[in-house]
Design a binder for this molecule. Structure first.
Ligand code: ATP
Ligand code: MG
Length: 771
């Protein structure tokens, strides 16, 4: 409806309108700070594409999380109607690429039912690759069983972490074994080659492969390229700053018709550990030379106090390409509360008090749904879950927690075993879940089956079948044989259900029925996924299953557009529907999915900062803002040299967190952690101008004087230069005429665009000696 389109445009400001309505044939880049309406403008852009006559099924919108995808679909739906919105491909990079790989699987040496390797299965493949490497070294001679003794297995396990990281990095940068060979890294090359070969022979792809293989498909197969060009006539990308180099490469190929819009903010780039690369903006400028760039500068989200505080913070990053001017017409609002707490418990108590205070003053009309608690690490959230539950405060935990639950993992593994070509991983996991004996005994049984399967070079399941049907002599007790047999027949009965084309719901609930009683004890699972009301203590596995069933209906409604098709597929729960469902769940696990149902609910959001991007709440608590958490430098184990850029990313993380708040921001830090370690407040807090803060609690922070433009006491082991301190003594003469005497170290860094403080220290140190 054109009327609604113009209504939507009317809600935008002039600059946003200009961007939304810009010629669709011109590549467009929208860069702007948080809360400036980037995502809103991107929605306007999609509406313009539709108005210009591009059919919805030819539009591809990339978002960073599945949550953002469904939010965008809803917003578009309110203007053009649900039916049209459903036809637009709003997708994450991963699900888009997965789809492409499935369609053209045979070109990748896979079948369309290929398996997705998650972290655990990847680890197993890495260990196997190491074993093959060892074999190569022995020129393939030697007895495979012998090499698999416990010691060697453990040494593989120790190194596996390192190799897994290596493989991830190789794939994130698109390097092939040949590349490593050329660099002379022969071991690296052969580990990677073995790993790829293992995945191929297991009919599997890992998460990085989706992207890389999609690029392969587009570059090596002209018919795939042609198909995509015809199909995706316009592309829009939100959160562009978190696009990895390989994802960008894919975009560039897809968008060779120039009909592309990218939207982002380099100051909010917080996924560099995942390969995200802000240099994408420069690449875009280079690769789409006739692009148009539009900057938005008004923040509509937050109060002036929050905008000013966040701006002051981010200005301490010296590596920014663009200094953005940020303004807001919003009222200044109340000051940011910085609260020092004696312990993690008192931190929880403070948050709960404030929540009750905020929600009981109905005048402000703030319900639980307008409040979020943000933290750096998932583990911090645990304490909050427990206290919220005790105080009967409704909450939901965003993200992967639910899909990482043991019981869900177990059910998914059991489901996977019914698919054709299932490899050892799920079988092994399913056995672990279904064997009724204790942990020790289970390990013994599984280790033995693995050993036999390696010795006979057959799969886990055929080894298990032979052992438990006593075709080969094993070392098992009679009771263990009986248990094993029972597991086999249980799994077999499930496969029969799939063969008989039962519906996905029936198959899942049968899988749930198979799990032994002990899963009933996993009561916290029920609390974690509770959205809204708290479930009773006696809730059991059934409620978890119920949530999974909700996923089934979500899945069916988003994957099959016509209701006829939906009822058909639900009745005929054939293997391919089950496969698609398993994909759907696997992607949710990696993409920080929040179910749509959890939205709009009257409950507090508990989430990590990483998962909070793009979202907003009236009241935000950033908890555990300590120097050990933000920045979390020890985790990176980095040297002073590396710390510069890491610190900047850590600062961006706090920046993202602060800019989620609309009206009121609380930042909490604790003085003593649960291990009685003394903690410091985050060094970044001192970069926020004091006049914007209301400091509560002890004096730690108040004692620290506010410094002009950033006071980061940088523990530089080599020199004595400290940011915020003059780099020279009173009587020294500067070797750099541009810099006056008494110039601050950070001015120097900025002036010369140096991000490595040790370099400065080195320069001045040597210069001092020469004098
Ligand atoms: P982020 O960088 O955090 O993703 P963003 O730039 O994508 O932020 P949006 O989420 O699009 O910003 O918008 C932030 C808020 O401002 C939303 O509540 C949106 O409705 C509101 N908003 C955007 N543009 C306008 C406008 N022109 N007038 C009034 N409100 C607006
Ligand atoms: Mg946004």
């Amino acid at each position: 409806a054109p009327k609604k389109y113009y209504e939507y445009l009317h809600s935008l400001n002039d600059r946003q309108k200009e961007a939304a309505c810009n010629d669709v044939a011109v590549p467009l880049m929208i860069v702007a700070g948080p809360g400036s309406g980037k995502t809103s403008t991107m929605v306007g852009r999609v509406l313009t594409l539709l108005k210009e006559g591009i059919p919805p099924s030819n539009i591809l919108a990339m978002t960073f999380t599945t949550a953002a995808a469904s939010e965008m679909r809803e917003r578009i739906g309110t203007v053009v109607g649900k039916a049209v919105a459903k036809e637009i491909a709003i997708s994450t990079f991963h699900s888009f690429c997965l789809q492409l790989c499935r369609t053209h699987a045979e070109k990748l040496g896979r079948t369309s039912e290929f398996i997705i390797y998650g972290h655990g299965q990847q680890r197993r493949a890495v260990i196997e690759a190491e074993r093959l490497l060892e074999n190569d070294k022995n020129n393939g001679v030697g007895d495979t069983t012998k090499q698999y003794d416990a010691d060697i297995k453990n040494s593989f396990k120790d190194k596996a972490k390192k190799w897994q990281k290596f493989i991830t990095q190789a794939k994130a940068s698109g390097r092939t074994p040949e590349d490593y060979e050329m660099k002379g890294d022969l071991t690296g090359a052969s580990v990677l080659r073995h790993y790829n070969e293992i995945l191929r022979s297991c009919n599997a792809l890992d998460y990085h492969d989706f992207i890389n293989s999609s690029i392969t498909l587009l570059t090596n197969f002209p018919e795939v390229y042609k198909e995509c060009q015809d199909m995706w006539r316009a592309i829009v990308v939100d959160e562009f700053q978190d696009t990895s180099a390989m994802q960008y490469c894919l975009l560039k190929i897809l968008a060779s018709h120039n009909h592309i819009t990218i939207v982002g903010d380099e100051d909010q780039s917080i996924f560099s550990f995942n390969g995200a690369d802000v240099s994408g903006f420069d690449s875009f400028r280079r690769d789409f030379p006739d692009y148009k760039e539009i900057r938005l500068s008004k923040n509509y989200r937050s109060t002036r106090a929050i905008v000013e505080a966040a701006t002051a913070l981010i200005q301490n990053n010296s590596k920014r390409h663009h200094r953005k001017l940020v303004e807001t017409d919003n009222p200044s609002g109340c000051k940011i509360t910085v609260k020092e707490c004696h312990s993690e418990d008192s931190q929880c108590a403070f948050v709960i008090d404030k929540i009750i205070e905020t929600t009981s003053t109905t005048a402000e009309g703030c319900n639980f749904g307008n409040i979020a608690v943000l933290y750096r690490r998932q583990v911090t959230g645990k304490a909050f879950q427990v206290s919220f539950r005790n105080r009967k405060i409704p909450f939901n935990v965003h993200g992967v927690a639910f899909y990482r639950k043991k019981v869900i993992k177990a059910i998914m593994a059991i489901l996977r075993t019914t698919l054709p070509g299932c490899d050892d991983g799920p079988w092994c996991q399913a056995f672990k879940a279904l064997l009724p004996c204790d942990k020790e005994e289970k390990k013994k049984i599984i280790d033995h089956v693995e050993k036999i399967s390696l010795a006979r070079e057959c799969s886990f399941i055929s080894a298990a079948t032979d052992i438990f049907s006593a075709k080969v002599s094993g070392t098992f007790k009679r009771s263990q044989i009986t248990q094993g047999r029972k597991v086999l027949s249980t799994l077999d009965s499930l496969s029969k259900l799939v063969e008989r084309e039962q519906s996905v719901s029936v198959i899942i609930s049968s899988a749930g029925d198979m799990l032994p009683q002990k899963y009933l004890l996993e009561k916290r699972a029920v609390v974690d996924i509770d959205n809204g009301k708290l479930l009773n203590e006696d809730s059991d596995i059934r409620s978890v299953l119920q949530f999974l069933m909700d996923d089934v209906s979500d899945f069916l409604s988003t994957h099959f557009s016509s209701s006829v098709e939906r009822s058909k597929t639900d009745e005929k729960g054939c293997a391919s529907t089950l496969q698609a469902f398993i994909d759907y769940i696997s992607l949710r696990e990696t993409e920080n999915f929040r179910s749509r149902k959890e939205e709009n609910k009257n409950s507090i959001t508990l989430t990590t900062i990483h998962q909070s991007k793009g979202l907003e709440w009236d009241v935000v608590f950033i908890v555990q803002a300590n120097d050990s958490e933000i920045p979390l430098l020890h985790e990176y184990n980095c040297t002073v040299k590396e710390a510069g850029s890491t610190l900047e990313e850590e600062r961006r993380l706090l920046y993202v967190a602060m800019t989620r708040a609309r009206k009121k921001l609380y930042i909490l830090h604790v003085t003593v952690d649960s291990n009685r370690q003394l903690l410091q407040p985050s060094r970044f807090l001192r970069e926020i101008p004091v006049h914007l803060l209301e400091v509560q609690g002890e004096e730690t922070l108040r004692k620290m004087p506010e410094q002009p433009s950033g006071d980061i006491p940088f523990d530089d082991s080599e020199g004595n230069i400290s940011i915020g301190k003059p780099i020279m003594g009173q009587n020294e003469v500067s070797p750099y005429p541009e810099l006056a005497q008494g110039c601050l170290a950070n001015d120097f860094l900025r002036k010369f665009d140096i991000d490595d403080r040790s370099v400065v220290s080195h320069i001045f140190h040597n210069w001092g000696k020469k004098q």
